[in-house]
Design a protein around this ligand. Sequence first.
Ligand code: AMP
Length: 289
Amino acid sequence: MKQIQTVKSMQHLAARLRRQGKTVGFVPTMGALHEGHMSLIHAARKACDIVIVSIFVNPTQFGPAEDYTTYPRTLKADAALCRRAGVDFLFCPAVKEMYPSGFQTFIQVEKLSQGLCGPFRPGHFRGVTTVVLKLFQILQPHQAFFGQKDYQQSRIIRQMVQDLALPIRVIILPTMREADGLAMSSRNAHLSREERRAASVLYQALKLAKERIRQGKNSSEMVRKNILDLLHQEPLVRLEYLEIVNSEDFKETKEIAGHILIAIAAWVGKTRLIDNIRINIRPKNANGS
Ligand code: AMP
């Protein structure tokens, strides 16, 4: 596995791989790799000739009061994991490489960035789409792999790819979880023991919602109440939002039908966690993911 630091050398390599007719799979990450990231890397390894992983803690997607400086950075361990997983190239540019002085071009997917995490993290998705588009431009991948854990982000990127007619297949893969159901996240490392225990209530609440829906409940309000009742039993968890929406356009749904996303953001101590489930309700037959 080769590590690449500069945009220029990455561009040269991408051009060479294209000339050689290789299919390139790309997994963008911010590092502190865990099994969630690795599941994307394994999928890319299976699907493509060449796998490129990027590790870049992207400053433009963090708000001024957010955890940019304390975000875990574990490049050495990450590189070892990537090597073992058969990654061909690790792209880990410095901030100045991606945002040289004078940088001023940003991309925004307008409507999908407004709901869910949007109001709580102003500018976040603008930063995400800008860096991902720039990475796409530099790497020229055929396929790019994202996690359902950050479903809004994945959906926004899929929209950007469609809107800008980028010749890239966006693949969204299931959330990897700890044994108690907590969605794996680089930020879980910040949780104290007590907080870590409490955090599992997020997935328990989502699972309960899925069960209720499978039992035939189709009122968003009722399902919402079930979720809130459970979350309120855990004093260490402070809910930021709970949304039951259409998973394509993020519009609120009163009646649970069709493609549904139930998404939660919550603070556990000083750590902000997100999780979601998608459910597809076909007439008279509920089927979850
Ligand atoms: P991050 O390093 O947090 O920016 O995440 C990089 C990619 O890994 C994104 O596409 C995330 O959605 C994905 N990812 C993060 N956590 C998980 C998880 N628990 N399961 C699956 N994918 C994940």
